[in-house]
Design a protein around this ligand. Structure first.
Ligand code: ADP
Ligand code: MG
Length: 246
């Protein structure tokens, strides 16, 4: 079943064609990487799918519905989850409160969540923290977390939205090699268990070739290759745009 279909999407920022006519589809259950040099348009493409940027042209369909003009919360409710390139947790809240807030948002309770947050979704939040391996850190302020644990918290926050599709923007950026593997093992096992489709951007080729079963390559706003990782890597255009870089 096709979960996501992106057709001829475009986004310009002034004179920059950040995303320039990109089309692809993801079937339910895929685990795919989106790679390309800095400035290729990867984060902008994620923003177009999640609704954090408005399309200039093209279509985005999710589970058979045209969602290309829907608000981000509507897309989240439909099952599109996203983790960001830079930390998105609330530093002054505890680790568990961050997840409680995400669960409250998913339940449509944000208006009264602030005053009663302490009681809401505490068990479900704790369970999610257990899933991502940071249950013991639940009562700490998010600001105290080591970087690798913060990335796990962000994963828990995304999972609180019960995504069918998870867009992960550089999930392992800034991590040591061992931490990267641990995080990606975790993401792969959660995705398999819960039937979540994953598209992630990544610069580390160990992670890309260790985990992705499909590789999409962007360069200057365009999708220049899409297929099995080994085949994509061998393509001259990909070599020139990406692997050929010093
Ligand atoms: P990537 O994630 O592949 O590094 P981005 O999607 O962040 O690439 O950026 C693609 C291009 O769009 C870059 O030239 C970048 O400077 C530009 N860009 C991205 N976001 C904005 C924005 N909000 N305003 C203006 N230009 C932007
Ligand atoms: Mg980016």
């Amino acid at each position: 079943m096709t979960l996501l279909r992106v057709a001829a999407v475009e986004k310009r920022f002034g004179g920059v064609r950040a995303v320039d006519g990109v089309s692809f589809a993801l079937a339910a259950g895929e685990f795919a990487a989106l790679i390309g040099p800095n400035g290729a348009g990867k984060s902008t493409l994620f923003a177009l799918v999640a609704g954090h940027q408005a399309l200039d042209a093209g279509r985005v369909e999710f589970a058979g519905r045209d969602i290309g003009r829907a608000m981000p919360v509507e897309r989240a409710r439909a099952g599109i989850g996203r983790t960001f390139q830079t930390a998105a947790a609330f530093a002054s809240m505890t680790v568990r409160q961050n997840v409680q807030l995400a669960l409250a948002a998913h339940a449509g309770e944000l208006r009264h969540a602030w005053k009663t947050l302490a009681d809401r979704h505490a068990e479900a939040a704790q369970a999610l923290l257990g899933q991502v391996g940071i249950a013991a850190l639940a009562a700490r302020p998010a600001a105290d977390l080591a970087y690798a644990d913060l990335k796990r918290l962000e994963l828990a926050i995304a999972l609180a939205g019960v995504p069918r599709l998870l867009l992960m923007d550089e999930p392992t950026a800034g991590m040591a090699a061992g931490e990267r593997t641990a995080l990606m093992d975790l993401v792969a096992s959660i995705a398999a268990d819960q039937g979540i489709t994953v598209l992630f951007t990544e610069h580390g080729m160990d992670v890309v070739f260790g985990y992705a079963r499909r590789l999409l390559v962007m360069s200057r706003g365009r999708l220049i290759a899409d297929g099995p990782p080994a085949e994509v890597r061998a393509q001259p255009a990909v070599q020139a745009a990406y692997f050929g870089e010093p």
